[in-house]
Write a protein that binds this ligand. Structure first.
Ligand code: TYD
Ligand code: MG
Length: 455
């Protein structure tokens, strides 16, 4: 029999190579490769075409067999999941340490338990006393959650197998779990993979929803192998700046729903509070218009969120290289907009420092923000506030044209709901909405003329 080939697995991305290297060829991380013994060696003569059991095929149309989603009791969590927990599904939840993953899951576990569901919460990181303390702080100590502190997958599966199938099993976290089928310390690629595999298999068979908490590395991906992301049905990220109180729950992969829905929470004294109206949270709320501030109706999945964009321009006297700093937006996109404003509208930013900030620590990825950013920049440069009660949205081309964007109606309706009176947008983006005046623009020059020109 051929000697089993040595294989080396990268702890950061899970890629396999047959030669040891200091740097992983796939993800570029250093010192992450470690040797892994293959569990099985295949003989070259194996033949799988006989000796198996025949499959029973089923129709695609499975009326009456659709699993019923179960609410987590937290509407924002349900929204991010695409409508609640699907029985038998596995969810991987990643997030920075201390962002509130354990808090969120304890709150959801308690809600489901209070509504009569069987819920198991296994913590491999904290002692039961610590979890109980948190539950007390959250006012949930009375909820009939089955709590255990354990790290052995065998113990966990033996216990779960001997009871009524739980509606929800929370494993906090997968990196602390240990399977005795595989060698190696908890947290290694093979351990994480083997533990997750066994737990997911249980969830599928028993019809329980399974949530695995996963640690996140510096660059924001879930630590351990990427394969974990392929094994589960849903991958969620719990994000936010620890210094700000708001948190966003986002689904990155979802086999049962859309991936761009978000749930918004605020971390308060008694745990995570749901934020049903996130727009109010991200608007800074000053009454008088200030120069350099523009409101942008962003889209997060199917949901509009109003955010305030702030620009500050400082003229430099000396010939020093001016700074450009951006928080919450793409710096390359800012450089492009500045170039367009200079080349197409005759404005001069060359001797000025430019600072751009998205209020509330929010991160914008919607390209429709161009127009609002441009308006904030023009307003800051001319030191004149933008007209009161306006929102701005549209994409800007390199020629300075303002292009229409999707969801014009939703954006305007959200703005109207919050008391805004007018929307500035591309000329063929006009969808009329009650209580909203519409100002169509086709080129950035029109914005410059309006803001700078009005004396
Ligand atoms: P935690 O859920 O332990 O985070 P994770 O599991 O993602 O590591 O949350 C810890 C943080 O949340 C901690 O810094 C304190 C804060 N927190 C509150 O502000 N209020 C609360 O009621 C609770 C329980 C935690
Ligand atoms: Mg935790």
């Amino acid at each position: 029999m051929a000697k089993p080939k040595r294989r080396y697995v990268c702890a950061a991305c899970g890629s396999v190579s047959f030669r040891w290297q200091g740097q992983c060829a796939d993800c570029g991380e250093w010192n992450t490769l470690s040797e892994e013994t293959p569990a099985t060696t295949f003989s070259t003569k194996h033949d799988l075409s006989s000796g198996g059991r025949p499959l029973a095929f089923e129709a695609l149309d499975a009326k009456g067999q659709m699993p019923v989603r179960r609410s987590t009791g937290l509407p924002e969590f349900d929204r991010a999941l695409g409508g609640g927990l699907v029985p038998g599904s596995a969810i991987l939840m990643g997030g920075d340490p201390g962002i509130g993953k354990s808090t969120l899951l304890l709150q959801a576990a308690a809600k489901i338990a209070q509504s009569g569901g069987n819920v198991v919460y296994v913590s491999g990181e904290e002692a039961t006393g610590q979890v109980r303390l948190r539950a007390e702080r959250l006012g949930l100590a009375g909820a009939p959650v089955l709590l255990a502190s354990a790290t052995s997958v065998r113990d966990i599966l033996t216990t779960l197998g001997g009871m009524d199938a739980p509606a929800l099993v929370v494993i906090d976290s997968i990196q602390t779990m240990h399977s005795d089928m595989i060698e190696g310390a908890p947290g290694t690629v093979s351990q994480v993979r083997a533990s997750a595999f066994e737990l997911i298999r249980f969830a599928k068979e028993a019809g329980s929803a399974l949530v695995l908490v996963g640690h996140v590395t510096k660059d924001g991906s879930i630590a351990g192998p990427r394969v974990l992301e392929h094994m589960v049905d849903v991958v969620m990220a719990f994000e936010g700046e620890r210094s700000h109180q708001y948190r966003i729950l986002r689904s990155i992969k979802n086999r049962f729903g859309p991936v761009d829905e978000i749930g918004v929470f605020a971390m308060a004294g008694a745990g995570l509070e749901e934020v049903g109206n996130p727009s109010a949270l991200f608007l800074s709320g000053h009454e008088d218009a200030v120069p350099g501030s523009a409101v942008f109706p962003a889209m997060e999945g199917t949901r509009p969120v109003l955010v305030e964009i702030q620009a500050l321009i400082v003229r430099l006297q000396s010939g020093a290289t001016p700074r450009r700093a951006v928080v919450g937006w793409d710096s390359g996109r800012l450089a492009m907009l500045l170039a367009v404003l200079e080349a197409r509208c005759g404005l001069n930013f060359s001797s000025a420092e430019v600072y751009l900030n998205v209020a509330g620590g929010y991160r914008l990825s919607d390209p429709a923000a161009d127009l609002a950013v441009a308006a904030a920049l023009v307003s800051a440069l001319s030191d004149k506030p933008l007209p009161n009660g306006h929102v701005w949205f549209g994409e800007v081309s390199l020629a300075g044209e303002v292009r229409p964007v999707a969801h014009s109606g939703l954006r305007q309706r959200e703005a109207a709901k919050l008391g805004f009176k007018a929307a500035v947008m591309a000329s063929d983006n006009g969808q009329s909405v009650p209580d909203m005046r519409q100002h169509a623009v086709s080129h950035l020059r029109q914005i410059v003329d309006r803001v700078v020109g009005e004396e």
